[in-house]
Ligand binder design. Sequence first.
Ligand SMILES: Cc1cc2nc3c(=O)[nH]c(=O)nc-3n(C[C@H](O)[C@H](O)[C@H](O)COP(=O)(O)OP(=O)(O)OC[C@H]3O[C@@H](n4cnc5c(N)ncnc54)[C@H](O)[C@@H]3O)c2cc1C
Length: 384
Amino acid sequence: MSDDRKLVEDRLGQLLARNDPEVCTKAEFLGARFDLGLAWVEFEEGLGGLGVDRGLQTLVDDRLAHTPTPWTNFIGVAQGARAIHTFGNRAQKERWLRPCFTNEEIWCQLFSEPGAGSDLAGLSTMALRDGDEWVVNGQKVWTSYARHARWAILLARTDPTVPKHRGLTFFVCDMHLSGVDVRPLRQADGTDHHFNEVFLDEVRLPDAYRLGDVGQGWAVSIAGLNAEREGQGHLEAPIDALLDTWSRRWDHLVVDRRVTLDRVVALYSRSCVNRWTVDRLRETRRDQPGSEGAMTKVAHTELVQDIANLTLELLGAEGQLGGEYARMLEEHVDNPQLGAIRSRAASIEGGTNQILRNIIGERILGLPGDVRVDKSLPWNEVPR
Ligand SMILES: Cc1cc2nc3c(=O)[nH]c(=O)nc-3n(C[C@H](O)[C@H](O)[C@H](O)COP(=O)(O)OP(=O)(O)OC[C@H]3O[C@@H](n4cnc5c(N)ncnc54)[C@H](O)[C@@H]3O)c2cc1C
């Protein structure tokens, strides 16, 4: 066994010996996990990691599969933390990483705007420097969990006179600051549970909240987005729910059983392959996630949708009973109808699957680039 693997094994042993997940709170357990360097193993010691190969995270995830996880704070843990660790200074890392991992401080993502979704680099929110502060004005949309968030990662334009990718800077935004106005969006399913618009009106951010250099915002956001996409690929697909439905409905199936069996096994196999692919990416990309996260996200989201569709098919008429969606959300009921509705969003959030296929084509396969007529024009000269 390598020294690094032994170190991780030892820390796992210490964590589980000293912290019974049945007894301590989620924050206590995750705090202990962070302090032992088992949050993101490749991060620096003292900052949630052990400075070892990222491939060893799989060992941690597998061993801690039945203990409290940090994924309620997905934006913070999968994306914000990566940006902070890669581009932040020591004080920023010490301030933000631990409460992010323990879920004591929830994070959201202020990227998308009414005129900038897939074309994220074209965004209009401005941050103008005023001494040691930045004054931010603009509007964001589709901001998941903004109502609960203490902090946000924010991409804003600091120089409109250069081409769009070069004029961006990355900030952490305190969601409690004056001028941050969060307005929930009521959804077509009757809930206002998830999304928000966020208006930023003369919000004054200290320069100490900037991550990376001025004008480096695109690179910082890509580091975070790669991690978010790889992280989504690693989420559990609802294959157990499918297997459960399939075995319960065995005697009532109207379709040919062998055909159904074949489809269930095919989906189960895809779920195994996806997980192994993420594990392999961690082993090949030892320091941090790369653009290959686009592959695992496309594969995962299409799998989740195919599982949801087959599950509803197996349920027959029962699969159409979705009327209590709002209540299920409120009570966190995990059921196939809810899963099927939610699965449609998976191939849009974090970059649509069309955009991710462009990334796979251009950055991984080396195919010719998409048509981008505004790429080298100064942002303020692009007609809009
Ligand atoms: C569940 C969910 C959660 C989200 N959470 C957040 C969040 O917390 N913070 C945040 O900032 N945003 C969030 N979003 C927004 C999300 O990032 C955007 O919806 C997404 O990037 C697409 O942008 P858009 O909706 O403006 O669609 P558009 O960019 O207008 O795209 C419309 C359609 O055109 C296609 N298209 C556009 N350009 C191209 C191209 N060059 N090649 C091929 N096809 C193209 C797209 O694939 C899509 O099908 C969330 C979205 C969802 C669904």
